[in-house]
Write a protein that binds this ligand. Structure first.
Ligand code: PLP
Ligand code: ZN
Length: 427
């Protein structure tokens, strides 16, 4: 297995801000920052280890609050150089935290219900957050081509970021994705390659390409740059807490594809506690999957520590990863925090998309239908406490998954006169 990638330039002197090294999540083995993702000792996943020792809580809080209205306000906590905001990138983040009172009434939530609406990012999904980190790593390591294996949203985010930053991009997706996602990925002018197979096949292909001379100089944002990419999800945790007035939410409902986002939201919340930016109190993290691709919820319910791969078959294609790399870590976090992992049917996903649109004027993609649907189910089952502050993530825009709500359309077609309007029963 090829786990090491040779960087075009030496990596000893890279400046990625507070990022100090890569450390193995399994055995703690540390290596210098570089485009590597698996531990040379045990093949465990590498993640960023930071040096935050210079920070004092009040000063750090003031520095963040004085920062730009995008993820770079948190640059002191991310693997990026201090002058990152001056470099060409899409400046994602600082999306709305919507107080969803109408939805709360409908679901019987009394403790405060919020939707973190990441459809407001530059390419209309949360993926801009993670790509922005990988882009800085790609710059630092001297890569010239940005690439990824994608379930759709990531391909668009990489294409757009590459266009802005002047990189070549060549991205890989399953050949049968939604039209909206294909167009969103293609329009930025990079190369877009459909693979005959599902996401797990695409991912396997990319791992092969990394080990081959054909992939030399390529930064795969979610493969050889994965440790950097993954840190972008921490910004969701930072923003939610800051937008709540520097307070931890009690409960948070997060969609699961590979599980990376959920694990890094937990990491972000813990960092804020350790840095003294929020008061330490218990929070619960809930994971959400579609029944047609539910390897993690299946393992959670069975009490297993390992996740058995599945063959995805669901309309929630952005979450359709049958062999989720971070699945076991998600199980740990759900169990440690007292949360849960639950799933909903495609029909419930569609109902939830319409519920969120009808109550809050937010049009979510299928992944948002999954989190809202799971939230409703967890409340009905008495697992999620409706008297506590709850944040539900919407990670993408409904305009990219129009097929999911096909059949939603005209109330009536009338002639342009009042008689016809009355006849249609609309007066
Ligand atoms: C990628 C993605 C996620 C989460 O993916 P992870 O691999 O679990 O980090 C969630 N929602 C949408 C819309 C996505 O595109
Ligand atoms: Zn290790």
């Amino acid at each position: 297995m090829a786990v090491q990638t040779v960087a075009p330039h030496p990596t000893s002197s890279v400046d990625l801000g507070p990022a100090a090294a890569l450390s193995c999540r399994e055995c703690g083995h540390r290596v210098p920052l570089g485009p590597v993702f698996a531990c040379e000792e045990c093949f465990g996943p590498l993640e960023i280890a930071y040096d935050f020792s210079a920070y004092e809580a009040e000063e750090l809080r003031r520095r963040i609050e004085a920062g730009p209205a995008n993820i770079w306000r948190y640059a002191p906590l991310l693997p990026v150089p201090a002058d990152v905001a001056d470099k060409p990138n899409l400046n994602p983040g600082w999306t709305k935290l919507v107080k969803a009172d109408n939805l709360a009434r409908e679901l019987g939530v009394t403790g405060g219900l919020y939707v973190k609406d990441d459809s407001g990012n530059p390419t209309h999904s949360f993926k801009d957050r993670v790509v922005a980190q990988a882009l800085e790593a790609a710059r630092a390591f001297g890569f010239t081509t940005l690439s990824c294996s994608s379930t759709g949203n990531l391909a668009g985010a990489v294409g757009a970021a590459a266009a802005r930053a002047g990189f070549r991009s060549c991205v890989f997706i399953p050949h049968d994705l939604e039209q909206g996602k294909v167009v969103m990925a293609a329009v930025y002018g990079g190369e877009l390659v459909g693979i005959e197979g599902n996401y797990d096949d695409v991912n396997r292909f990319c791992s092969e390409l990394i080990g081959d001379p054909a992939g030399e100089g390529w930064g795969f944002v979610n493969v050889n740059l994965r440790p950097y990419y993954a840190e972008g999800s921490k910004t969701l945790a930072y923003e939610i807490c800051e937008q709540l007035g520097w307070r931890l939410p009690d409960q948070i409902v997060v969609p699961i594809a590979s599980g990376s986002q959920l694990t890094k939201i937990d990491k972000g919340l813990r960092e804020l506690v350790e840095l003294g930016l929020v008061e330490d109190r218990p929070y619960k993290i809930f994971g959400a999957q579609a029944l047609g691709c539910s390897p993690v919820s299946t393992a959670f319910k069975a009490g297993h520590d390992v996740v058995r791969p599945q063959k995805p078959d669901t309309i929630a294609k952005s979450l359709a990863i049958g062999n989720p790399a971070d699945g076991p870590y998600v199980l740990d976090i759900a169990r440690r925090t007292g949360g849960a992992v639950e799933d909903v049917t495609d029909e419930q996903v569609v109902d939830a998309i319409k519920l969120l649109a009808r109550t809050e004027g937010i049009f979510a993609e299928t992944a948002g239908g999954v989190t809202v649907g799971v939230t409703r189910k967890l409340i009905e089952n008495g697992v999620l406490d409706p008297t506590l502050t709850t944040v539900v993530l919407n990670t993408g825009d409904g305009l990219k998954t129009l097929d999911a709500v096909a059949g939603t359309g005209l109330t009536a077609t009338i002639r342009p006169n009042l008689e016809s309007f009355r006849e249609a029963g609309l007066a």
